[in-house]
Design a binder for this molecule. Structure first.
Ligand SMILES: O=C(O)CCC(=O)C(=O)O
Ligand SMILES: [Fe+2]
Length: 356
């Protein structure tokens, strides 16, 4: 296996993308990319002030819950500011992640596990065995909760990962409370049903590295896809390096992260649980020819053995109204992950398999 990082570094000055990295466009790639100058209104990304949600002031909280509801209904994506996760921890994690990718091929190859549920997995592309073309992306994927796993090198990586995973779990749990409330449910509804309260939920951390690409228009870092869990919390190395694009009203919206913010999106299990009220958002990562971009995402989902189906409470739209039918069949989280990882990443194809 050859990582993109090593391909770029070994080639001296790479001027062309090798043909196996030329990405075939799919339907949603035909969508236009929003031009921020002529369409500034379309890129008003929702911003959630986390500190107002947790300040203890009920008016401020209900204002933020409203904003969360709109963000989930209209975008499936929002930026979180004033979240209380220290800049130092974020920087340390980013530096340690860079050092991990800088390890020798020999070290990294120790983690190129073959099995889907290998708790530590380092690799390139998404699923090179079945993909028609390779992605301009290397990755490290760790199962960090309920059992914590991390590589031994670099030496301080594990401690930083553990702290960061805990902080993002706390944030995810608070956001899920707010989201429950925004759906008219008890604030603990999702956390109770999804094993958050019992500490049995699943957290997977993925670090993506996208080295500079000589022909960025021909290749892609991650093709259009939705995430599997309930919520994904993402940060990147430098807010000025663009890469993430979110599909909104059939157009790709490039995300300009606010400094020190987190990017949060709803995943397929949010869509299943809410019976399609809050949909998972399709997004992709494009590459550039100047700088390496690194993003680190934590996906938060139910316990692996939990079968998730639409919440009965959300099948009725109000007192006295008729029940609507469940729109998705229930599936064990583990089976959903297996389905997604056995194919190439392709829009919402896994969720489509569950539609009733
Ligand atoms: O690199 C990014 O911004 C997006 C990463 C992503 O979508 C993922 O890891 O699922
Ligand atoms: Fe994603």
């Amino acid at each position: 296996m050859l990582f993109v990082k090593e391909l770029v570094e070994s080639a001296g000055r790479l001027t062309r993308v090798p043909s196996k990295y030329v990405f075939e466009t799919t339907k949603s790639d035909d969508c236009m990319v929003v031009d921020p100058v002529s369409e500034p209104e379309t890129i008003k990304i929702p911003i959630i002030d986390y500190s107002l949600m947790t300040s203890g002031n009920p008016d401020q909280r209900s204002q933020v819950i409203n904003e969360l509801r709109n963000a989930c209904l209209e975008w499936g994506f929002f930026m979180v500011i004033n979240h209380g996760v220290g800049e130092t921890l974020r920087d340390e994690l980013m530096r340690a992640t860079e050092s991990f990718f800088d390890l020798s091929m020999e070290e990294k190859l120790k983690y190129t596990g073959k099995k889907l549920f290998d708790p530590i997995k380092c690799g390139t592309s998404f699923n090179p065995n079945v993909e028609k073309s390779l992605l301009w992306r290397d990755y490290l994927k760790l199962l960090v909760h309920p059992h914590f796993n991390a590589p031994h090198k670099p030496s301080h990586f594990s401690k930083i990962l553990q702290e960061y995973s805990k902080k993002t779990r706390e944030m995810a749990s608070e956001l899920l409370k707010g989201i429950s409330e925004s759906l008219g449910l008890d604030e603990n509804y999702i956390n109770e049903k999804m094993g958050v309260e019992s500490e049995k939920w699943t957290q997977v951390l993925v670090a993506n590295m996208y080295p500079p690409c000589p022909q960025p228009e021909l290749s892609i870092g991650l093709p259009p896809h939705s995430d599997h869990g309930l919520l994904t919390i993402l940060m990147q190395n430098d807010p000025s390096i663009l890469g993430l694009q979110v599909l909104h009203n059939a157009k790709w919206v490039p995300i300009h992260p606010l400094p020190n913010s987190f990017l949060v999106n709803t995943g397929d299990h949010m869509e299943i649980l809410t019976n399609g009220k809050y949909k998972s958002v399709v997004h992709r990562a494009v590459v550039n020819n100047k700088t390496t971009r690194i993003s680190i995402g934590t996906a938060h989902g139910p316990p692996l053995d939990k079968i998730v189906s639409p919440a009965p409470e959300l099948l009725a739209n109000g007192v006295g109204t008729q029940l609507s039918l469940p729109a998705y069949r229930g599936i064990k989280y583990r089976d959903f992950l297996e389905l997604q990882q056995s194919k190439s990443l392709n829009g919402k194809s896994c969720l489509d398999c569950l539609r009733l």
